[in-house]
Every structure is written in structure tokens, then in C-alpha cells.
Design a binder for this molecule. Structure first.
Ligand code: SER
Length: 282
């Protein structure tokens, strides 16, 4: 595992952790050579909401960073995974459901950078035989604090409600978005990466577990925290959400390499209440 920030104690104790700057090609070469790396999972990116606040940085991290990674993977014959997102679609895409192949005209720099990553990966695959693999994830929900995404209300709500009983949501109550619990996300990634290449009909697949609205999430949390109070004050993130898929069609992933989610809304809520309590509420 690598990053440009200091690891938490838990992360440092959980396995090897080194400094790596996605913008430093030589530094990345050094790591691949000295640690005999054969797979590269490339998670670095500015998410949708934060990307709009600093477009030049998003271009550097999301686009130039991806160029470094894919060139490195080609040179050293690495298997490379790059996540894409529901954010790679836009208002002209069918939103309910959104199939694997359809119009992609995203309106955020994050979405544009992810479409670019998908196309670069497919290009390196067919031109150079690179083993590029990409999953389009929905909103991924874990107990880690929110990181500048549009789907992050579904993370923040657990932290706020467990601390204060209240949450002010920046999306309207009926905004439906596809979502997935972190365990399903990591399991999908792993299962996809070990699938023999003969089974893959494409290099970019939609995956998802469920779709819900802030109102529906609140109702599911209220089964365990009846005193929950939620209010709504939509901001610019509402426009982003309104251009994204509401229901994600991942039937090709289910058919080609056997993707199955394990967490539905009720199971997700139980797991999140437990995770956030354990890690953040004393
Ligand atoms: N969770 C991401 C975001 O909201 C979507 O990929 O930006």
C-alpha cells in the first residue's frame, strides 16, 4: 500500500506501506523494480465534488497520474486495475438503468478524467496487450471519513447521526444513486482481477449492489436509531447527482465473471453503524 500521506497506526500495522507520488514516474519505477511489483491497483484520484474546486490539480492527479501508471504497467508488464465510476456518465446517458455501453458525456472533470482512463486502458489493451482491468463502481460506503465525493452523504450521515442524532443532507430526499458497501467493492475487485482473461468480454464493467435515496437510507437507519433527525439543504452537488445513473445495470459483470453482491441496504446499515461506532465513537 502506498500514498503521499502518513499512514494511520492501523494501516501501518496492517502490512507494507511506502511513500509513492503518482506524479513522479521515476519514483514509481523504483518501487516496481525494488519490490518486484506485478500488479498495480491505482486508486489515486480527486473525487467529483472536490475536483470541481481544483480543476488543474484534478487534471494532474487523475489524468497525468493515470498516464504514468499505464506507461509503467506497459513497460513492466504489470496487470493494472483502475477504478471508474457512475460519474463517468452524464445527463445524456440513460439513468434507470444505465447499461455497460451507452452515451458517456460527463459534466465533471472527475467524470471526464475517468472516461479518459477507460479509453486509455482499452487502447493500451488492444494495441499493446496490456492486462488493463477497470470496474465502474457506484458510491462506495465505508467508515473512513468522507473524501470529497457526491455520494459521500451516505458516509457522513452515519458519523453525524451517531455523534449528534442529526444530519443536514446536501442532496434532496428523493435523489436516487447506486451504492455499495466497501466489503463488496473489495470483493468485486479481487474476484475480477483473478478471473481468467478468456472469460472477460470487455475491460470495463459496471458493478453495483443497490440504489437508494437519502430518504430511504434515513428510514433504514431509523430502525436502529429512532431519534434520527434529518434536514435537507441541496447545494452544487445536487446538479452532479442529477446527471448520474440512478440504477446501474451490472448484468454483464454478473454474467461474464459471476459478480454477486452480499450487502443490501439493511445489511449495509447494520455494518456501518457497527464500524463507525467501533472506530470513531468512544
Ligand atoms: N463516490 C464518487 C463521487 O461521489 C463517485 O465515484 O465522486
Amino acid at each position: 500500500m502506498s500514498d503521499i500521506i502518513k499512514p494511520t497506526k492501523a494501516v501501518a500495522e496492517n502490512g507494507p506501506y511506502i511513500f509513492a507520488d503518482i506524479l513522479d514516474f521515476k519514483g514509481l519505477q523504483d518501487i516496481v523494480v525494488n519490490h518486484r511489483i506485478d500488479w498495480l491497483i491505482h486508486f489515486s484520484a480527486l473525487l467529483s465534488a472536490i475536483g470541481e474546486q481544483n480543476v488543474p490539480l484534478a487534471v494532474r492527479v487523475n489524468i497525468e497520474g493515470m498516464h504514468n501508471v499505464i506507461e509503467l504497467a506497459k513497460q513492466y508488464k504489470l496487470r493494472v486495475f483502475v477504478p471508474s465510476t457512475i460519474g463517468a456518465f452524464g445527463p445524456e446517458s440513460p439513468r434507470n438503468p444505465t447499461p455497460n455501453v451507452t452515451i458517456q458525456r460527463p459534466k465533471t472533470i472527475y467524470g471526464v478524467s475517468k472516461v479518459h482512463a477507460e479509453l486509455m486502458g482499452e487502447y493500451y489493451h488492444h494495441s499493446f496487450g496490456l492486462d488493463f482491468r477497470c470496474l465502474r463502481f457506484p458510491g462506495v460506503i465505508s467508515s473512513d471519513p468522507p473524501g470529497g465525493g457526491t455520494t459521500d452523504y451516505a458516509v457522513a450521515i452515519f458519523h453525524e447521526v451517531l455523534r449528534t442524532g442529526r444530519y443536514e443532507c446536501y442532496l434532496k430526499p428523493d435523489t436516487r444513486l447506486p451504492m455499495m458497501y466497501i466489503n463488496d467493492c473489495l470483493r468485486a475487485l479481487w474476484q475480477y482481477m483473478v478471473t481468467p482473461k478468456e472469460k472477460l468480454k470487455r475491460r470495463v464493467y459496471n458493478v453495483t449492489a443497490m440504489s437508494f435515496t437519502p430518504e430511504e437510507l434515513t428510514a433504514a437507519i431509523a430502525k436502529h436509531v429512532p431519534e434520527i433527525r434529518i434536514s435537507y439543504r441541496p447545494d452544487s452537488r445536487q446538479h452532479i447527482a442529477d446527471s448520474w445513473p440512478q440504477v446501474f445495470d451490472d448484468s454483464e459483470a454478473r454474467h461474464d465473471w459471476g459478480w454477486r453482491h452480499e450487502y443490501d441496504l439493511d445489511r449495509l446499515v447494520l455494518a456501518m453503524l457497527e464500524d463507525v461506532k467501533k472506530q470513531y465513537i468512544t
